[in-house]
Design a protein around this ligand. Structure first.
Ligand code: CA
Length: 366
């Protein structure tokens, strides 16, 4: 045993010496991988600084990367408007004003409509299915390809889980109740609201409370009980509807400036990727845990009584949603490829969920 340990120690010493020689050689040759080079990066987000879950995720990334890199990389996080406005995060990271962004892909639909596939689609895949598609179903490769022309590398920051349907100042009983309704809602649901005669509004979270209070908006959705409670939306709206048919599990995204990311030493790239995965899992779990507690708080302390959208309305919205999703295939050859991959994976999920999650969810209530 002692002899084995001695040999192991000798081997380890040899390996360290070899590593050190490699490092010297790279330094002498002027390589980019100098061991002590440090990096100070900026991260811009679409959320208020330190907002629960959404705003904490980038802070956690910064903390993990600094610890894992032994201080070689420091990331400074800027909230909505601190360096750039929320809805300019995509352009800021693309241009290199900041190296990292945090937001959601459907915010960029005006510039890259195909990006909507990688956040969430109304009546589409839920958060768990989306993450499976992205990581193991070919979604990630398509997402990366879509962002190449913008000098960006996307990564999933996890899912919000199924969202709530939103806050309204009147009852919603049929699709006619959406006519003329000025509602903040993101992504493809904007096109659905337009078809119903409503007025979709693109607006970052930080402006919602005031907009609803002053009548700029008649209704707004935000995320779920955890985040909706944080903005105090219950104070100014009468009705809280579910389920969030428009967002059955939004994927939150990190974007990296591609040039800056690829210029990093390989170990720092891997540290960033690994830290993002850890943050993504944590955020997904945080939403589920805290949404449940926050719904209780809304009901017990603030008198909120959640209402379910009528089933015939949900059926009508679903029919329109499927038509709008299929229109995305006509956007571009890239849109057609993403649409095919999404639909194929969604079909396999639907078939499997019948005998797994859905079957179990029904069974445990018997
Ligand atoms: Ca939302």
């Amino acid at each position: 045993m002692g002899n084995y340990l001695f040999k192991l120690a000798a081997l380890t010493t040899t390996a360290l010496l070899l590593q050190a020689c490699g490092g010297d050689a790279q330094t002498a040759a002027g390589g980019a991988a100098e061991p002590q080079q440090t990096y100070e990066w900026k991260l811009v987000t679409t959320w208020p600084k330190n907002f629960p879950a959404l705003g904490r995720a980038p802070e956690l990334l910064a903390e993990k990367v600094e610890a894992m890199s032994n201080g070689r990389m420091k990331i400074r996080v800027y909230g909505d408007g601190e360096l750039v406005p929320a809805l300019e995060v995509f352009d800021a990271v693309s241009a290199g004003t900041a190296e990292i962004g945090h937001g959601a892909a459907y915010y960029w639909k005006g510039k890259v409509p195909e990006a909507q596939f990688f956040s969430v689609l109304p009546f589409g895949m839920n958060g768990q299915e989306m993450q499976a598609w992205i990581q193991y179903g070919g979604g990630m490769e398509l997402w990366e390809e879509l962002y190449v022309p913008f000098n960006l590398i996307p990564m999933s920051s996890g899912s919000t889980g199924v969202q709530m349907g939103g806050w309204f100042n009147k009852e919603i009983n049929s699709k006619e109740d959406f006519r003329g309704l000025k509602m903040r809602i993101p992504g493809l649901a904007q096109d659905i609201l337009s078809r119903l005669g409503g007025v979709p509004v693109n607006m970052p979270g930080s402006e919602l409370f005031t907009a609803l209070q002053t009548g700029v908006l008649d209704a707004t959705e935000w995320v779920g009980p955890y985040n909706d409670l944080a903005f105090g939306l219950y104070e100014i709206a009468d009705y809280y509807y579910y389920p969030g048919w428009h967002e059955p599990g939004a994927i939150i995204e990190f974007t990296f400036n591609k040039q800056k990311f690829e210029a990093l030493p390989a170990d720092l790239q891997e540290i960033l990727r690994t830290a993002v995965e850890a943050v993504a899992l944590g955020m997904t779990n945080e939403f589920l845990a805290r949404n449940a507690l926050s719904l209780q708080e809304l009901e017990e302390n603030h008198g909120v009584v959640p209402r379910q959208f009528p089933e015939d309305l949900l059926h009508e919205l679903n029919t329109i949603a499927q038509e709008e999703i299929d229109k995305l295939a006509d956007l571009s050859p890239m849109g057609a490829r993403i649409h095919q991959s999404y639909r194929e994976f969604e079909a396999s999920m639907s078939e499997y969920q019948d005998v797994s999650e859905e079957a179990y969810t029904r069974a445990r209530k018997l």
